[in-house]
Ligand binder design. Structure first.
Ligand code: LLP
Length: 414
């Protein structure tokens, strides 16, 4: 459930009229709902109840400082994949002791920064990275807490670009090498083995792939115990899907209960890395219709938002619901909703039945995750403004980029 609902035939974001926000801040515009973010985070956190756990929000989904700060105030941990994300977490008031650092390509500088800040754990993805981290920690006189990301070779049944747990993917350490790499990690002097982790993909709408992965990981944890390698935590990654259309992903309660049942009486602490499940439906993208146009085959609504603002439809053929801010009581017609960028792939939605006219405001729902975070300046388009609503108050949490910012740092030849 989210807090974007119609009242009196106009769309509201919590207690704010989307119309008014578009008027005040301009379009294209991202709007986030604090109440929805908090609701989703609590849904996850409460689902695990008393079992020792840490919810580490995946910063990549939406890294706006205000979003991170709202979650940090709830006591959230964070899953990061770069020094930049770590800096954002700190800037937003997040606790480095609740940070897990994922990603296949951590640099020495990133390792140093994370070690100096005292993060909770490095999710190490290869033997080479393990050796590097041991060297860096030794040089700094520190012990690096590590978990190894193991690839369970499970098909997440999601889009190939966001599926990560198969052998053919670049992520993690192969299951059949895992014990050898764990033994090495255990033996290295500047590392402390803390955990095991996996992440099999994103936008999973079935529970079974998570359970298959968990079974394989628990079997590994048991084998490690026989070798005297004691694992404190199991990081299950992120990936729980959301409803964009008619998907019915498991509620966090059902998901957590199934995982806990599998755990049995093991005392393992559970770490979760949800991104989309917390942020996606806590955000909308507002865009204005510039022109309507039709040819013999198609009707187009050309809007002021584009693939540079919201790339999911173009990149993954992702479907996100598109609704009018002020529904018209007229016959709907079928439109492709396209942006001004000079690419055929620049669409926000295809074949949508809508009653619209030039000047109308449209909303692309479920845009709080992997929306602004993946935005670019392609076609020299300034990135959109971001607003967060909190009840009947709205706050500008990132101003619209100004053109001069786009070429800041560029130089002419003498
Ligand atoms: N942990 C790790 C190690 C990850 O790689 C990811 C996402 C997450 C957690 C969070 O996954 P989530 O709970 O959000 O599914 N841009 C794509 C999604 C890419 C996901 C990458 N990894 C999209 O817009 O669908």
């Amino acid at each position: 459930m989210d807090h974007f609902i119609y009242q009196d035939n106009t769309l509201y974001a919590e207690g704010c009229r989307v119309n008014d926000l578009a008027q005040q801040y301009g379009t294209p515009l991202y709007i986030y709902s604090r109440a929805t973010l908090e609701r989703h985070w609590h849904a996850f956190n409460n689902a695990v109840a008393d079992h020792p756990h840490l919810v580490c929000y995946a910063v990549k989904a939406n890294s706006n400082l205000a979003v991170l700060n709202v979650l940090a105030r709830l006591g959230s941990g964070f899953d990061i994949v770069s020094g930049g994300e770590l800096a954002r977490v700190i800037e937003a008031g997040g606790d480095p002791a609740k940070v897990v650092f994922s990603g296949v390509g951590k640099t020495v500088a990133e390792m140093e920064k994370a070690l100096n800040l005292g993060i909770y754990c490095f999710n190490v993805e290869s033997s080479a990275e393990l050796e590097q981290l041991n060297d860096v920690a030794g040089r700094l006189g520190k012990i690096a807490p590590v978990s190894l990301r193991v690839n369970p070779d499970v098909d997440a049944g999601t889009h190939p670009y966001i599926s990560t747990g198969l052998k053919e993917n670049k992520f993690g350490i192969a299951m059949d090498e895992a014990e050898v790499v764990f033994a090495r990690a255990h033996a290295l002097p500047h590392l402390q083995v803390k955990g095991v982790d996996c992440h099999i993909g994103s936008q999973l709408t079935e529970i079974q792939p998570f359970l298959d992965a968990m079974d394989r990981m628990l079997a590994l944890i048991d084998r490690l115990a026989e070798q005297g390698i004691v694992i404190e935590h199991f990081d299950v990654g992120g990936g729980l899907g959301v409803t964009y259309d008619d998907e019915t992903p498991p509620h966090p309660d059902v998901y957590a209960a199934a995982l806990l049942a599998r755990l049995g009486d093991r005392k393992l602490k559970l770490i979760f890395e949800p991104g989309r499940a917390i942020a996606a439906n806590a955000g909308i993208f507002v865009t204005q219709v510039l022109y309507l146009k039709e040819n013999s085959d198609k009707r187009f609504a050309i809007v002021d938002g584009a693939m540079n603002d919201l790339i999911r439809p173009a990149l993954y053929s992702a479907w996100q619901n598109i609704i009018p801010v002020n529904p018209r009581n007229e016959q709907a017609q079928v439109f492709d909703i396209v942006g001004p960028v000079c690419e055929t792939g620049d669409f926000l939605g295809k074949d949508r039945a809508l009653a619209i006219a030039a000047g109308d405001l449209l909303v692309v729902r479920s845009s709080g995750a992997y929306g602004f975070a993946m935005a670019s300046n392609y076609n020299t388009r300034p990135r959109a403004a971001e607003v967060m609503v909190d009840g009947d108050k709205a706050y500008l949490v990132r101003e619209r980029e100004k053109l001069a910012q786009l070429w800041q740092g560029e130089q002419l030849l003498p």
